[in-house]
Design a protein around this ligand. Structure first.
Ligand SMILES: [Zn+2]
Length: 360
């Protein structure tokens, strides 16, 4: 499998109505498909829907797999790419035995190219280099598959360069894009793809799997809640105790900002910028805050939450309205997208922290 290095980035907003209508939200199920690499379930209906797409009349040449980080998008993209190049696919699934599957398993398949890994921007140069190879006939398979992981990292120019191929691919060409959100992509890209939205695994299902993997019930429950039902994040937290502690520390930052009077918040924003100088750490912090807002919205809706910091969160949920949480979630998403570009980090964090509603 060829892997292109990437460099540069830009994100777009504005969710296209047509694309939203085409998007298929895939609900969670109580009978998860097992990710054989981790032993942790991925949403089975997502896998099943992709299989149907590959197998059925709605087969497309460009797919977009959308969902939060750690939900299993990259894994599903691999499953899909493997099935597309397999010599003996059955019912939309790769055989796992043929020569093509063997090359795929070794990441050495000549007809599969992956770009966009490592959270670096994908430039127009990368896309042009990629497109120049698409007219070639596949070497060992019927199809030539291009996986663009984290497509939100496409620069605007790169996305534009891709449009024609997404619309009119060469005969054997197939694209699989992944992205954390439809709003992070140009509408012109989204509208050219068959969209599959991957839902998280239900927290109770994930907890049960973590217990089967050897965690005690309390720890499994805490990780399932903290990971928001995302198997990849759960695996990360289960294997790295330091990461688990960092998740809690990041949550505590938001809780303390919320409780702080307005005149202290500028100082707190400055502390956040100083403490999270590394861009990936800052983005991680904002992700954790988004998860926390998700928990607050669920608590406000009356759903049970006995996860870490649940007492503080129930207190906050009692004192603020669901609409204020939704507003904060929108702000967080907007700041994350701006920070992907060249936005001023300090100004954005200050604005975010100052606009957090005060507890009443
Ligand atoms: Zn095969």
């Amino acid at each position: 499998m060829r892997r292109c290095t990437v460099t540069n980035m830009r994100a777009k907003s504005s969710r296209p109505k047509a694309a939203a209508a085409r998007s298929r939200a895939v609900a969670a199920s109580a009978h998860p498909t097992t990710d054989h690499q981790s032993g942790i379930p991925v949403n089975p209906r997502s896998a099943e829907y992709l299989r149907q797409l590959l197998n059925g009349r709605r087969r497309s040449h460009a797919y977009l797999i959308v969902g939060p980080r750690g939900v299993g998008k990259t894994w599903l993209a691999r499953v899909m790419a493997n099935a597309a190049v397999c010599h003996r696919p059955s019912n939309g699934q790769a055989c796992g035995d043929c020569e093509s599957c063997a090359m795929f398993a070794l990441n050495r398949h000549p007809d599969v190219t992956v770009v966009g890994e490592r959270e670096q921007p994908t430039t127009v140069e990368h896309i042009r280099a990629l497109l120049s190879t698409l007219d070639r006939r596949p070497t060992v398979s019927q199809r030539r598959v291009t996986v663009i992981d984290q497509a939100e990292q496409l620069t605007e120019e790169a996305a534009n360069a891709l449009l024609k191929s997404l619309e009119e691919p060469s005969g054997a060409g197939m694209f699989i894009l992944t992205a954390s959100s439809l709003r992070a992509l140009p509408p012109t890209v989204v509208s050219r793809c068959a969209v599959v939205t991957v839902a998280p695994v239900p927290v109770e299902t994930l907890k049960a799997q973590l217990i089967r993997d050897g965690l005690d019930s309390t720890r499994a429950g805490a990780i399932a809640v903290l990971s928001d039902g995302r198997p990849g994040i759960a695996r990360y937290l289960a294997t790295l105790p330091a990461a688990y502690e960092q998740f809690l520390a990041d949550s505590d930052v938001l809780i303390s900002v919320w409780r702080a009077p307005l005149h202290e918040r500028l100082t707190m924003a400055a502390d956040v910028v100083d403490d999270y100088q590394e861009p990936s750490r800052l983005i991680g912090l904002l992700e954790r805050w988004q998860s926390l807002i998700g928990r607050l919205l669920r608590i406000s809706a009356g759903l049970s939450d006995r996860g870490p910091r649940h007492e503080q969160l129930h207190d906050i949920a009692r004192r603020l309205t669901p609409s204020s949480f939704a507003e904060t979630a929108d702000r967080l998403l907007a700041v994350r997208q701006r920070l992907n570009g060249t936005a001023n980090t300090r100004l954005n964090i200050e604005s975010l922290v100052l606009h957090l509603p005060r507890l009443v």
